[in-house]
Design a protein around this ligand. Sequence first.
Ligand code: UDP
Length: 356
Amino acid sequence: MKICTIIGARPQFIKAAVVSRAISEVEGLTEVLIHTGQHFDANMSDVFFTELDIPVPDYNLKIGGGTHGENTGRMIESIEKVLIDEKPDHVLVYGDTDSTLAGALAAAKLHIPIAHVEAGLRSFNRKMPEEINRVLTDHAASLLFAPTETAVENLVNEGIAADKISQVGDVMFDATLYYGEKTRRPQLSDIRDEFIMCTIHRAENTNDQQKLRAIISALNEISETTQIVLPLHPRTAGIIKAMGDVKLGDSIKVIDPVGFLEMHWLLQNCLMVMTDSGGVQKEAFFHKKPCVTLRDETEWVELVHSGVNRLAAPGRVDIPDVVAGMAKLKISPALNLYGDGNAGKKIVKIIKDKVI
Ligand code: UDP
């Protein structure tokens, strides 16, 4: 039985590392891996394949760098060709990127059943490209793997049949447990004992100069007292450079994006996290670090409800004040929100039972 997996962006490599390993452990299942090329830099793509032992993709479509429409259109066309050749029993897609939607649309038109990992996440903000991608993918999918109870409720509220939905936990929790003992300190001389870990990449922040300026001003203020380590996403780096008149302060340790193992060393050793990333919000929690999310809303509402994450809407609240309020929070090691670390195995079992 053949599963065609479609990935293209950094968080998808990490999620696929978990599920692809689980697929390889089950007799009778084969996986064909399609990399759309959405993320192509060595430190946004190759490093994850090497570090996380993800199989070399069977197809690399090399589609990236265009607008959402260009990328999605070109991906659909190329994925369709591969699916016609490979004739998989299931197409497996992850998360909420253009690669996710393109894979889902190509498969749906060929009547190939779609399995969606990380189904049911909602920000209820339709201006986010990710929200459109995930809503449409969920409605095209026949197997929806929801990480949380809230995600299940969101799907049911949209009229998706309950028998298509499985609450399996979060594959990123599986990844954190699996790779947690293999983390590696980045080769950087001047990381202080106490630092805040920060990432910024989300289009709603980087494409809105007012928000980006508010974030940078907050980071500069906070870094006067506590070092901030900032592995800078290429999109954010490019936009800051193009703006020309904003400067990240000297106490912000700006570095290139790091691999997963170094990223998790930083998460294990930081004081707290500031981020607009979906994945990093959860990983902060997995490492029991308080998190301030630099957004107006989050899909991962259980983090906010349980008090381990606070939203700080850029330009609308005093970010340094929110950070100061979260810095000393102690998170109970017993608090568990994302399953038992076996989401990958559960997903593969359910797909196999449906396919065979
Ligand atoms: N990540 C990484 N190196 C970095 C920044 C992030 O390995 O320099 C990992 C992070 O640990 C998480 C994933 O990338 O597993 C999150 O991806 P991203 O923030 O790009 O996307 P999102 O989760 O917001 O969709």
